[in-house]
Design a protein around this ligand. Structure first.
Ligand code: FAD
Length: 108
């Protein structure tokens, strides 16, 4: 069970609406974590201008697992100096200066 609620008490009404049987169960453990969030809710991926071979891939804003395979491949290609298979240049940091941001509307 998960959501935006910050306490189990706040989460409980939605959970019990979906699965009333949960009311009879014990909470054994819980887990939470922060999202790294960028202004347009998308990752920043690329190579820093003016700093030799500094590649970055961070700020996944809650999409990091699903994007991990292609981003990992892309970073490996950048490190090896080979031509990237996929064009991930729209994710470069400079989009926040140029205004070419990629607003993600399906934020969970
Ligand atoms: C609650 C939650 C739910 C999520 N759900 C989804 C989902 O459903 N689908 C999805 O696609 N994504 C989801 N995400 C996002 C996904 O987990 C992240 O985008 C992804 O894990 C980011 O991977 P990363 O390798 O960039 O960073 P991380 O996984 O954060 O890895 C960074 C690593 O660097 C280490 N580190 C930090 N500083 C240093 C240092 N100075 N020296 C050495 N090591 C250091 C950290 O310990 C960590 O191991 C979720 C995230 C959260 C928090």
């Amino acid at each position: 069970m998960g959501g935006r609620a910050q306490t189990i008490e706040d989460l409980a009404p939605a959970v019990l609406n979906r699965a009333p049987a949960v009311a009879e169960m014990e909470v054994t453990h819980s887990w939470w974590g922060y999202y790294a969030v960028t202004p347009d809710n998308n990752a920043i991926i690329g190579t820093a201008p003016g700093i030799d071979r500094l590649h970055y891939a961070t700020g996944f804003s809650g999409h990091g697992f699903q994007q991990g395979p292609v981003v990992g491949e892309h970073l490996a290609e950048l490190v090896l100096g080979s031509e990237p298979t996929f064009d991930l240049s729209p994710f470069a940091m400079d989009r926040f200066e140029t205004g070419a941001v990629l607003p993600e509307t399906a934020v969970i």
